[in-house]
Design a binder for this molecule. Structure first.
Ligand code: DX5
Ligand code: ZN
Length: 213
């Protein structure tokens, strides 16, 4: 079943309650939280998200996307809010197995995020341990960017690579109703979408148009 995760990176933080309420009134499956440290990517969003507050405002599963250096050092912070999923990047990370084990040991699903220019074969040694691959369809760092078309081929390749492993493919960046159909046809399981959903005057119609065409 295809699922949708809404990124709230560019939502209206002055009206967070109503922004989350808007999401609560849809069948959107997850809330995607983009944590950036100002090192792995330029922007720093560590103080932007009040994770306890967000957890209290919604029953939706939280999907944490860490764009940070040395994720092993600060994963505990995110484990503590008991999200559904934590994804960290494969790039600049020499402690991948340790990150996987730490997240899994708390019963939280684990994903590896991979940038548009990183070789998918690097995922191979980890596929048997993880629940999800977060395929970046933009270079991480900000919302509202244009979807990179070569993502389509990468989804196909990843579907082949993942073989019989029970791993979900999630796609993140520039996802809207003009690329969602193809992404789902090629085997994506979860569509992460930020500005298309949150900046639409009708989030319900926008959500439906991601899944039905
Ligand atoms: C990019 C983030 C994405 C992004 C999604 O660094 O990881 O989650 O905010 O937003 P849109 O859909 O606007 O590209
Ligand atoms: Zn993200």
């Amino acid at each position: 079943m295809s699922e949708v995760s809404v990124s709230i990176l560019d939502c209206d933080f002055n009206n967070l309650n109503s922004e989350i309420e808007k999401v609560n009134n849809t069948n959107i499956n997850y809330i995607h939280i983009d944590i950036m440290d100002g090192v792995f990517v330029d922007r720093n969003t560590k103080k932007l998200f009040d994770l306890d507050k967000i957890s209290n405002l919604t029953d939706k599963n939280l999907d944490i996307h860490l764009m940070i250096e040395n994720p092993l050092d600060s994963i505990d912070e995110y484990i503590n809010i008991n999200p559904y999923l934590i994804s960290f990047h494969i790039e600049n990370n020499d402690k991948i197995l340790k990150c996987i084990n730490k997240i899994k040991s708390k019963g939280i699903n684990v994903g590896i995020a991979i940038n548009p220019n990183t070789n998918l074969n690097l995922l191979k040694p980890y596929l048997k341990y993880i629940d999800l691959v977060l395929v970046m369809s933009v270079f991480p760092g900000k919302g509202g960017q244009k979807f990179i078309d070569s993502t389509f081929e990468r989804i196909q390749k990843l579907n082949y690579l993942k073989d019989d492993y029970d791993i979900k493919i999630s796609v993140d960046g520039g996802v809207n109703n003009s690329n969602s159909k193809k992404l789902l046809e090629l085997g994506s399981d979860i569509l992460v979408s930020g500005s298309y959903l949150m900046k639409n005057s009708n989030i319900l119609t926008a959500y439906k148009s991601l899944l039905n065409h």
